[in-house]
Design a protein around this ligand. Sequence first.
Ligand SMILES: NC(=O)c1ccc[n+]([C@@H]2O[C@H](COP(=O)([O-])OP(=O)(O)OC[C@H]3O[C@@H](n4cnc5c(N)ncnc54)[C@H](O)[C@@H]3O)[C@@H](O)[C@H]2O)c1
Length: 353
Amino acid sequence: MKVLVTGGGGYIGVVLCERLLRGGHQVRVLDRLYWGRAPLQHFGESIEIRQQDVRAFDPSALDGVDAVVHLAGLSNDPTAEYKPDANWEMNAVATETLALACKRSGIERFTFGSSASIYDGLGDGLFDETTKVAPRGAYSQSKFAAEQILLRESCANFAPVILRQGTVYGHSARMRFDLVVNTFIKDALLRGTLYLHGGGWMWRPLVDVNDVAEAHVRALEAPADAVGGEIFNVVHENFQIRQLAMLVSGSLALQDRHVRLENAALPAIRRDYRCTNRKLADHLGFVPRVTVLEAIERILSFLPVESPLALAHPRYYNIEWMTLLEEIGASEAPFASVWDATPSPVAKIAALT
Ligand SMILES: NC(=O)c1ccc[n+]([C@@H]2O[C@H](COP(=O)([O-])OP(=O)(O)OC[C@H]3O[C@@H](n4cnc5c(N)ncnc54)[C@H](O)[C@@H]3O)[C@@H](O)[C@H]2O)c1
């Protein structure tokens, strides 16, 4: 298949492109390249890259395409709250534009990177895809709206699959250190201390980035009538945040690094929810299997553990990068060049320590 991956230059997108190529598929990336071209450099000529904003979608991006994986957009609460209008246009409106363009072009296969944060705010319970949800916050609400649009457009010739991804961990050539496991690894190396906000009792469904990529590929390759118009939670396991802190500190203890765990105040945005992956296992025969411990080891093998200052670079934190681009007047400028022009992380480290 030739697959168009929107957001293919992002944390999940890069790993998904690698998985698609390994599976013998062809890849075209459509991305605003918010994080520059560097994360895609290792692909060389093996993928096609179109630098484009999904809000100004050019249907020629679908020429010759058999399937679409839609990941582009703002990808967390802080950036969505910071730019709610842009968030709505990217995450909800652009999803509709893309779905309608696919239908016009006769592209049946489509997967969407939704979020399990849709389940937040429902109280205690293990939620599944039939749960009546009431998403809170700009990000989750826009993801839910996009889901509703896709379900509405689902028909005999258009088979969108909605993947409600848990909070992702693991290594990618476009690394994010603003996701809980990855953040704990960075904080452990930089500060030697992990802060457990509100004691770290909140629950989260977690999944490795390679398993997320695998879920998209399985959904694209499954018979359309088995998955079209369906929602699947993509989750390895549910964890309390303090468990994750213990897994990270324990992994570093094995490397003779002592990491302190400290209680801290509750954060402004508090997410607490659990969900099940049973439908994914039953319908797609896929159970996300990469454990948090395995991912921690892999991430550590890629990091400059003896000189971790580089991990504080704002390019690894979506909200910091977004506000930095604004500060330097580059919010709509050529992002790739800004990537290399950002200030040294050393100044930020001084503020952290
Ligand atoms: N990472 C997670 O934990 C997680 C969990 C659940 C859902 N998701 C969803 O999965 C998707 C991918 O997440 P990620 O972690 O890779 O995020 P990311 O921020 O690393 O990647 C998003 C990519 O989309 C691109 N993009 C953003 N706005 C765009 C626009 N208007 N036009 C074109 N391209 C644009 C960015 O340049 C970037 O390459 C997102 O939709 C996110 O909401 C992520």
